[in-house]
Design a protein around this ligand. Structure first.
Ligand SMILES: [Zn+2]
Length: 112
């Protein structure tokens, strides 16, 4: 079983195309990520919080978002980002929410 889990993680990592070079979600305003292909994308902490993929913010079975916009402060901030393997980032928000792991390809798609 543990071997199976391990291979799934490797599979996921190999499928993720985008890699951040510099994470500035918590120390710049507006929040930014510099990607390894040179793209610099700007982020909204509110939009990132709304897109949280964790089980508390989405129905685990259907994937439908259960988090409501009125539940999130408009001036929410990102206080920390931590790499998860080579495939994603764990974002810590100023409301204390820290259970979302954002796959790098998802993060890339959320930037402007
Ligand atoms: Zn969440």
């Amino acid at each position: 079983m543990s071997r199976l889990r391990f291979s799934i993680v490797n599979y996921n990592e190999s499928m993720v195309k985008n890699r951040p070079k510099e994470m500035h979600l918590h120390d710049q305003s507006p929040p930014k990520i510099v990607w390894d292909d040179g793209a610099i994308l700007v982020y909204s902490a509110f939009d990132l919080r709304m897109a949280c993929p964790c089980a508390a913010c989405r129905d685990e079975m259907t994937g439908v978002k259960t988090l409501r916009e009125q539940d999130v402060a408009r001036d929410i901030k990102i206080v920390e980002s931590r790499p998860v393997g080579r495939y994603g980032q764990n974002l810590v928000f100023s409301d204390g929410h820290a259970s979302g792991i954002y796959v790098n390809d998802l993060l890339r798609g959320l930037g402007k």
